[in-house]
Structure formats: structure tokens, C-alpha cells
Design a protein around this ligand. Structure first.
Ligand SMILES: Cc1ncc(COP(=O)(O)O)c(C=O)c1O
Length: 429
């Protein structure tokens, strides 16, 4: 097959062709993916030549080691360039170029996102982040005083604050379930949520994968159990989408919110909300639109003037993501994680707060060193090695959260493992 590289190098001088690839990045990723066809994800996960092409698709500052990809991620060059291109187009005359030309193409983004997410495009609204998506569900459901919402005490603080506001404003009751890290198994998580249900429970709200330790929940089992009792389910998938494979339709949830500026590597300020078809008309939007949109998923996008460039560049992030392939991506993230965690396994003071079971975790993990404060530990890793991790201090556990990404090198995770081993052995200097 004539690849784009071989075609271009046969039609233009080599130097010019390479300059084109260096500027674009995606052709190299396409070639890497073509070369990986027919091989298992675990095999590709260990192929540094494959990942070198992915690493070079980003414009990073390699003088720091960013192991906090759980907060927000850099976009690959192609995504950033698409966003800039759309911004340039918009700025010619936004009332025409942005509203008339670019904005209608949000429908292509919706269609492509829904295909990858495994739902109907008519059930997917594009939002500015996971918070907006989840708050639309949390604040848009009718609840009466005394109605109960069951969640966990490891759900995302902003989402818990949102429910707390409804406690104050609407007189609902919030029940926060605790669970061990790691738990004995997936069934334990489902049982804990089920045990908290009372006849007054109207909503279950929980993470697909938690931000604190990367614990994956058995979403379908919980949603089935809730549905059989007439309880609505809101799933916080901020860290799930484009991290590991699943289809929303298989989860059987009612509402699902995610960020796209995390694992999809889309521009900062992107997310989506899924609402089950038959529930759209009864869910109040955060920013009301015309009554004619009542049963239309687009009513959740009535946010006023906003940059079309940001959401349209999601389309480019989807191409990048699908070119790598979610199975290969997950296998690589797991490989990176096992590389640093295996190196630390024999240190008696090291505590792993994330299950090693593949059904319960992906690339995001939390680890502590007994007797070492996580804030001091992360400050030490930054001061001494320019390594970024996230200190986690929960009422029931503490550690540092480690989230590599597809651009992370083996040398970078090795540096993390060595620096942790040094602290585990000698303490903080
Ligand atoms: C579990 C979880 N839910 C929700 C959010 C909010 O995401 P966003 O910042 O995209 O609104 C985050 C962000 O880190 C998160 O980790």
C-alpha cells in the first residue's frame, strides 16, 4: 500500500516531505498504527518504536515529567493546530465564519463522539467539561424534600458540593458510602451502594473510575439493580472516556458525564453529557433554551456565545485516539503503571491503594509511603526531580496519584520509581 509518507516522498524532495510530517505529526502516528496491525495490544505496549512516534506528536516541555494527566492533558499538535485554524477562520467575521460555517459542524462532532462512546447522537450533548455535564443531571432532576441521593465519599468534590447545595436549597438528603482502597472486589462496591438504598432513594451517583485511586466500578450491575428499584443513575465518567473501552449503551445508566480534555486529549474546555432518550424531556437544562427544544438533546448546549473552534477540534482528537486504538492505549498505560509499581513492590513501606486487577483499574493509580506526608512527598519530587504527581489526602487514606499518558517515556516512569524507592528506603532528606 502507498502510505502518505511514501506518496509524498515520491512526489517532493525528502527534506520537504519530512518537514510536512514534523509539522503534522498524525501521518507518523498513522504509520505507527499501520505497522502495529495484527499484533496484540500487549505486544505493542512494549514496542518503544511505536510509542516514539506517539511521543513526538506532542509539543511538550520535556524538562519536566508530567505524571498528573488526571487533571487536564496536553493535546497532540494536530489537535492544537485544528483548534488554531478554526479560531483563525472564526476571527475573519465570527457572525458569519463562526456561526454560519463552523458551528453547524458540531453535528459531525456529535456523530463521531457518539460512535466512539457507543450511544445515539441524539442522546449526546457537547459540554465544556465533565462538571457542566454532571451538574446538568444533578441540578436538572426534579427532587422533593426528603428524597435521597446515594453516592460515595470518594466522588469528585465539585459533584458532592453540587448535591450539598441541593441539600441546602431543596431539603434532599445525601448519603455518602465509604469503601476500602482497594476494595476486596467489584461486587463489594455494588453491595455497599445497594445497602445504602432506602424507599426514599431517587438517585445513585457514582464514578465509572474514581479520580483518587483509579478504582473502576461495576457500572452495569449497579445500574441494573437501581433501575429495578425505579432509581435513576448518574455516572461520573470524567476519567473513563478514551481511557478504556466500553459503550455507554452497555452500561445501562440514565445519565453519563465525561471530560474530553483528559484522556481523549481534546482541547481544554470540552466534555459531553449522555442522557437516555426518554429522560431528555424531563431533565431541566442548566442554561434554559426554547421550549421547542424540550425533548431535544441540543437544549443542553444553549449556553450562549462560545468558541466553535474548541468543540470542533474534538473531531481531530477522535481521529488521533482511534488511530492509536483504545485497546493499545490501555495496554500501554497499564504497562507504564506496572513498570513503576513492580519496581516498588518489595519496599515494605510502600502502600498500593489501587487494585492490580485489570477489571478494577487502568492507567491511573495511587501509592503511598508509610509515614510520609503526600504533600511533602510531591513537593520533594518536584523540587528534586521536576516530577509532577498529585498529593491525595482523603479522610480515610492518603498517597500520591500517578497518571502517565501515551506520550510518557519509560525513562520518565523509571525516574518516578527510583525517586520513590529512594524515599521509601531513606525517607525525605
Ligand atoms: C471524577 C471526576 N469527576 C468530575 C471531574 C470534573 O471534570 P472537569 O474539570 O472536566 O469539569 C473530575 C476532574 O478531575 C473528576 O476527576
Amino acid at each position: 500500500m502507498l502510505t502518505r509518507r511514501s506518496f509524498l516522498s515520491s512526489t517532493m524532495p525528502l527534506g520537504a516531505a519530512l518537514a510536512t510530517f514534523d509539522a503534522a505529526g498524525l501521518p507518523r502516528v498513522l504509520e505507527a498504527a499501520a505497522g502495529a496491525e495484527g499484533r496484540s495490544p500487549d505486544d505493542v505496549a512494549r514496542d518503544e518504536t511505536f510509542w516514539r512516534d506517539i511521543q513526538e506528536a506532542f509539543t511538550l516541555d520535556r524538562t519536566i515529567v508530567n505524571l498528573n494527566n488526571g487533571g487536564v492533558c496536553p493535546s497532540p499538535r494536530v489537535v492544537l493546530e485544528a483548534q488554531k485554524r478554526y479560531l483563525d477562520i472564526s476571527n475573519q467575521s465570527p457572525v458569519y465564519h463562526m456561526w454560519q460555517i463552523l458551528e453547524p459542524n458540531i453535528e459531525s462532532v456529535r456523530r463521531n463522539l457518539a460512535r466512539v462512546a457507543g450511544c445515539d447522537p441524539e442522546e449526546l450533548a457537547i459540554t465544556r467539561n465533565a462538571s457542566e455535564a454532571l451538574q446538568t443531571a444533578q441540578l436538572g432532576i426534579d427532587l422533593a424534600p426528603g428524597d435521597e441521593v446515594v453516592t460515595t465519599n470518594q466522588d469528585y468534590p465539585r459533584m458532592l458540593d453540587t448535591w450539598e447545595q441541593r441539600v441546602r436549597r431543596d431539603g434532599i438528603r445525601l448519603v455518602k458510602v465509604s469503601f476500602p482502597v482497594p476494595p476486596p472486589g467489584l461486587a463489594d462496591l455494588a453491595q455497599r451502594l445497594e445497602a445504602a438504598i432506602t424507599p426514599k432513594t431517587k438517585v445513585l451517583h457514582f464514578c465509572h473510575i474514581t479520580n483518587l485511586t483509579g478504582q473502576i466500578f461495576p457500572v452495569r450491575d449497579i445500574c441494573r439493580m437501581a433501575r429495578a428499584r425505579g432509581i435513576r443513575t448518574i455516572v461520573d465518567g470524567a476519567h473513563a472516556f478514551a481511557h478504556f473501552p466500553y459503550a455507554i449503551r452497555d452500561l445501562e445508566c440514565d445519565y453519563y458525564g465525561t471530560s474530553l480534555h483528559k484522556w481523549l486529549l481534546a482541547p481544554v474546555g470540552t466534555g459531553f453529557l449522555y442522557v437516555r432518550h426518554e429522560l431528555i424531556k424531563d431533565l431541566w437544562p442548566l442554561t434554559p433554551g426554547s421550549v421547542s427544544l424540550a425533548g431535544n438533546i441540543r437544549k443542553f448546549e444553549e449556553i450562549g456565545t462560545h468558541p466553535a473552534a474548541t468543540h470542533n477540534a474534538i473531531a481531530e482528537a477522535l481521529v488521533f485516539h482511534e488511530t492509536i486504538g483504545v485497546d493499545r492505549k490501555l495496554a500501554r498505560l497499564r504497562y507504564l503503571r506496572s513498570r513503576w509499581s513492580d519496581a516498588l513492590r518489595d519496599y515494605p513501606r510502600v502502600r498500593f491503594l489501587t487494585s492490580a486487577d485489570a477489571a478494577q483499574s487502568g492507567g491511573l493509580a495511587c501509592v503511598g509511603i508509610e509515614g510520609i506526608d503526600p504533600a511533602r512527598l510531591s513537593a520533594h519530587l518536584w523540587d528534586r526531580y521536576r516530577l509532577i504527581v498529585t498529593p491525595i489526602k482523603h479522610a480515610e487514606f492518603e498517597g500520591v496519584r500517578v497518571t502517565p499518558n501515551v506520550y510518557t517515556t519509560l525513562a520518565e516512569v523509571d525516574l518516578f520509581a527510583e525517586s520513590m524507592a529512594s524515599v521509601a528506603g531513606k525517607g525525605l532528606a
